[in-house]
Ligand binder design. Structure first.
Ligand code: TZP
Ligand code: MG
Length: 225
C-alpha cells in the first residue's frame, strides 16, 4: 500500500494544546486541510474511551483515504480496526506488534538515535519517527533533542543501511520551520518523507488552514534552496 507521510498529524487531547476544541472536529478539519496520515496519541483516556475515540476518528479518516494509527496500543488498533500503530522504545516490541497486526498494518517506531533507527528498520518497521528535532513543551524529553544535524546524521547512515525505510521527523516542527528542516536535512543522501506535528495543528485556531499551509509548504521547495 502506498502511504503518503508528508504531513503527519499526531493528536493531543490535553487542555494546554487542544483547549476546549473537540478532538474529532479538529481531526476532521485537519483532514479537510490535507493531512496525509493521523496518529491518535492519547496518554490519559482509559482503554474503552480510546477505542471509542479511535472509531470516531476512523469514521473521519477512512473515507478520505487517510491512514489512522494508534500510539502505543496494539489492542486499541485491533479493536478499532485502524491501519496501524506507532510504538516507542518502551512499548510493545516491533516483532510482537507485527505478529499481532499482520503484514499489511502500518507500523512506525520512534528513533532517537541511529542505533534505534537501524534496529527498527531491520526489524520491519514501515517508517521511523525521527527526533526529537527541537525542544517542545508537547513532550518534555530534553535528553533526546537531536536537532536537524542529528536527523541528517541518521538519514545519511540509513541511506546505506536501510534505503527503503520511510522517515518523518518530529518535535517542534511548525509552518515557520518545516521548510528549513526539510532543506537542512536534504544534505543527507536520503530525504525525509514528511514532517509530524502535534501543536502546529492541534493548538491552531484554524486547524484546517494550519494543515493546508503545512501541506503546501512541505510540497514546495524553500525559497532559500
Ligand atoms: N515525540 C517526539 S516530540 C513529540 C513526540 C510525540 C511531540 C511533538 O509535538 P509538537 O507540538 O509538534 O512539538
Ligand atoms: Mg509510546
Amino acid at each position: 500500500m502506498h502511504v503518503d507521510y508528508s504531513v503527519y498529524l499526531v493528536t493531543d487531547n490535553t487542555p494546554a494544546i487542544l483547549g476546549d476544541k473537540d478532538i474529532i472536529e479538529v481531526v476532521r478539519a485537519a483532514v479537510e486541510g490535507g493531512v496525509t496520515i493521523v496518529q491518535l496519541r492519547d496518554k490519559t483516556s482509559d482503554t474503552a474511551e480510546q477505542i471509542r475515540i479511535a472509531k470516531a476518528l476512523h469514521a473521519v479518516t477512512k473515507p478520505a483515504g487517510v491512514p489512522l494509527l494508534i500510539n502505543d496500543r496494539v489492542d486499541v488498533a485491533l479493536a478499532a480496526g485502524v491501519e496501524g500503530v506507532h510504538i516507542g522504545q518502551d512499548d510493545i516490541d516491533l516483532a510482537s506488534a507485527r505478529r499481532l497486526l499482520g503484514k499489511d498494518a502500518i507500523i512506525g517506531v520512534t528513533a532517537n538515535s541511529l542505533q534505534e533507527a537501524e534496529i527498527a528498520a531491520k526489524g520491519g518497521a514501515d517508517y521511523l519517527g525521527v527526533g526529537t528535532v527541537f525542544a517542545t513543551p508537547t513532550k518534555e524529553n530534553t535528553k533526546s533533542i537531536i536537532g536537524t544535524s542529528g536527523v541528517q546524521y541518521i538519514l545519511t547512515s540509513l541511506a546505506q543501511s536501510a534505503p527503503e525505510i520511510k522517515t518523518v521527523c518530529i518535535g517542534g516542527i511548525n509552518a515557520k520551520n518545516c521548510q528549513r528542516v526539510l532543506y537542512q536535512t536534504a544534505a543527507a543522501q536520503k530525504s525525509l518523507d514528511g514532517v509530524a506535528v502535534v501543536s502546529a495543528i492541534m493548538a491552531a485556531k484554524d486547524p484546517k488552514k494550519a494543515a493546508s499551509d503545512l501541506r503546501e509548504l512541505v510540497a514546495t521547495p524553500p525559497p532559500f534552496a
